[in-house]
Design a protein around this ligand. Structure first.
Ligand code: SAH
Length: 167
């Protein structure tokens, strides 16, 4: 899953690069989803599904909760919020990969409580070489099935990040 795909990043690029993987691209803005659908058709991508929904709602649907091997996201929200929005899509041992900027070290410490509540194990923090802006890829592994109480109601994960300072 690419959560908060916007105009299709990184989901569309990944779908082209990894044609044998099925990709689900999710965004809450109808216009963006319509654009991404048209790109998918223009590119003839048969391995992509595009969904117009808030993560906080989609994560409670049985077809999606705990059903994904991995979630990627870029420029979606602060790390604690991304963790809460994405965790419930992951199955046991599923991977979360978040594209972040140089402030990720602060975000990681702010998100420490979220990480423990959501049962995400830190894996790697990699500086992405040759990127136009300093870019860091943060990866984590989910342990167990999705935690029962998360994500909270629409808007809450961003307004009151778990364990983080309110933004
Ligand atoms: N990943 C893209 C877009 C980043 S902008 C890129 O890197 O260019 C963040 C996107 O996340 C927006 O398109 C916004 O509509 C979407 N978004 C924000 N909160 C969301 C939520 N709770 N559920 C689904 N999509 C969300």
């Amino acid at each position: 899953m690419d959560l908060g795909t916007g105009g299709g990043l990184p989901g569309l690029v990944l779908a082209v690069r990894y044609p044998n993987v099925r990709w689900t691209l999710v965004d809450s803005v109808r216009k963006k989803v319509a654009a991404v659908r048209s790109f998918t058709e223009a590119l003839d991508l048969t391995n992509v599904t595009v969904i117009h929904r808030r993560a906080e709602e989609l994560a409670w649907e049985t077809d999606h909760r705990g059903r994904y091997d991995g979630v990627v996201s870029r420029a979606l929200a602060s790390l604690a919020t991304v963790m809460e929005l994405s965790r419930s899509f992951l199955q046991d041992h599923g991977l979360l990969a978040v594209v972040k900027g140089p402030h990720v070290v602060d975000e990681l410490s702010d998100a420490e409580r979220a990480r423990r509540l959501l049962r995400l194990e830190p894996l790697h923090r990699v500086n992405v070489p040759d990127s136009a802006r300093p870019t860091v890829l943060v990866t984590m592994r989910a342990h167990g099935s999705p935690p029962r109480r998360y994500p909270r109601k629409v808007g809450v994960p961003a307004a009151a990040p778990l364990g983080g300072r309110p933004t």
